[in-house]
Ligand binder design. Structure first.
Ligand code: ADP
Ligand code: MG
Ligand code: ZN
Length: 490
């Protein structure tokens, strides 16, 4: 960022809770069905239809809050947020306002600035204040694509109307785009980890808005711009970065930032005005008369807490404490729950957690990434990765051969033993056989033998190389060294 300037960023995340049915009616939340197939009088907003709260949405909302380390209000109030929009047939959205599900929380996450190549520099803890996490219903969708006469007609699909959301709002506590990036990933992972939300930005079940302003060091907050249409965490980071630069340039050239909503245009790599927001919206919030206050007992909260899986930070700590992994390695292995599960199974089967960690991080993840798969979709089962690590630890194959074996296992789904047998890779660990090769090599190199015996011990490497070559790389190097030392003494 330009000397003397500071950015101020606050984030709003909408996470779709993974319920089967909508938050106030029994309609399915399935994605991709025929437009308007999953609707009823309640989610169509027909007069006289009454909402009934889906308990599962509350349970998943509680999971989301607890996964982020937030407190839950035992009593919260649903409220009507009134505005007109074609995809909102009731003319209001049922949300929460004065008394949300959770408020005034704080969480800590690890964050790092990245260089131009995207490599993280030093990781540091960052505290973020969470203003609120509340429950609300989603609106429907205006659709245009692939439909006739869109210059004259708007099409509306209300399948999404009434889908449960958790909205999570932060205080303006971020100072860089990478902090915002790490926060969204933190929230995304937490949601997925506890099964509260699929939290996939590309599918739109995690949506994110960034509020960005800039100020000269020591000044009060500047006017903020709201950024939308951020379809991935990386797009969001780039949009924020662009916006910071744009605002600084604007102010330095004598202009002033106007409060507006801007969209990220990935093709043009810039933000563009969507609408100005000079006047504050008046949503005329009032308590929803058709729903009683939402009461959740302390026992309910404790039950949900007890059902949560071990959370990422706890698991990362256990990986460093119990398995002796470095902080960075443990952090990488807990970046996703399926990966953490994979690692633990592989470590157990290998009997060597550090080895399993190394092979997963350096070799397996590359294959997974290249094929766009998650750890639980790996064609190499964790027990088989463990078996491969054992083959290497036992000296049956070399580390270098192990890499090729893993690639083949990944490609064919074959077991480690099978690939090793098929490719005739197993190392020769028979001392007698190695001894014969060693003798041949020594006999063929009398000059080197003489120099070695005269004290030029560095020649051991030469002999090892010759033996390895003669055995086509299959001889167990440790054994070759032992046998050579003995025979070279004469
Ligand atoms: P609005 O009513 O426009 O939605 P809010 O006060 O509810 O504004 O804040 C929305 C989001 O904007 C929050 O995440 C908040 O932290 C953030 N925010 C508020 N003021 C600023 C600012 N000056 N610069 C950047 N972000 C801000
Ligand atoms: Mg807002
Ligand atoms: Zn419905």
């Amino acid at each position: 960022m330009k000397e003397g300037w500071e950015a101020v960023i606050g984030l709003e995340i909408h996470a779709q809770l993974s319920t089967e049915s909508k938050i106030f009616c029994g309609c399915s939340t399935r994605f991709g069905d025929e437009p308007n197939a999953n609707t009823c009088p309640v989610c169509l907003g027909l007069p006289g239809a009454l909402p009934v709260l889906n308990r599962r949405a509350v349970e998943l909302g509680a999971r989301a809050a607890l996964a982020l380390g937030l407190r839950i209000n035992e009593r919260s109030i649903f409220a009507r947020k009134n505005y007109f929009y074609p995809d909102l047939p009731k003319g209001y959205q049922i949300s929460q306002y004065d008394r949300p599900f959770s408020e005034r929380g704080e969480l800590e996450l690890m964050t790092a600035e990245r260089d131009d190549a995207g490599h993280a520099r030093e990781w540091r803890p960052l505290k973020v204040r969470i203003t609120r996490l509340h429950l609300e219903e989603d609106a429907g969708k205006n659709v245009h694509e692939g439909l006739p006469d869109t210059d004259r007609f708007s099409y509306i699909d209300l399948n999404r109307a009434g889908t449960p959301l958790a909205e999570i709002v932060t205080e303006p506590d971020f100072r860089t785009s990478w902090q915002a990036y790490d926060y969204v990933n933190h929230v995304r992972r937490a949601m997925q980890w506890v099964g509260a939300s699929e939290a996939d930005m590309e599918k739109g079940n995690l949506r994110c808005e960034a509020n960005v302003s800039v100020r000269r060091a020591g000044e009060g907050f500047g006017t903020k711009v709201e950024l939308k249409n951020l379809n991935s965490v990386r797009f969001m980071q780039k949009a924020i970065e662009f916006e910071i630069e744009r605002q600084i340039k604007l102010i330095e050239s004598g202009g002033r930032v106007s409060q507006e909503t801007r969209l990220w245009d990935e093709r043009a790599q810039e933000t563009r005005v969507m609408r100005s927001k000079e006047e504050a919206h008046d949503y005329r919030y009032f308590p929803e008369p058709d729903l009683p206050p939402l009461e959740v007992s302390a026992e309910f909260i404790e039950r949900v807490r007890a059902e949560l899986p071990e959370l990422p930070d706890a698991r990362r700590k256990r990986f460093t404490d119990d398995y002796g992994l470095s902080y960075a390695d443990a952090a990488q292995l807990t970046s996703e729950r399926t990966l953490a599960d994979y690692f633990e199974r592989a470590a157990k089967s290998a009997g060597n957690p550090r080895g399993a960690s190394n092979w997963i991080r350096s070799e397996l993840l590359r294959e997974l990434e290249a094929s766009g798969r998650r750890a639980d979709e790996s064609p190499v089962a964790p027990e088989e990765l463990g078996a491969l690590v054992r083959l290497i630890d036992d000296g049956r194959i070399s580390g270098k051969q192990g890499k090729d074996v893993l690639v083949e296992m990944f490609k064919t789904g074959k077991r480690a033993e099978v690939v090793v047998a098929e490719q005739g890779l197993a190392q020769v660990s028979d001392a007698g056989e190695i001894g014969r090769v060693v003798e041949e090599v020594i006999a063929a190199n009398p000059k080197q033998l003489e120099q070695y015996r005269a004290g030029k011990e560095a020649l051991l490497g030469f002999f090892v190389g010759q033996v390895m070559r003669a055995s086509q790389g299959k001889a167990n190097p440790k054994l070759v060294n032992e046998v050579l030392r003995k025979k070279l003494q004469g």
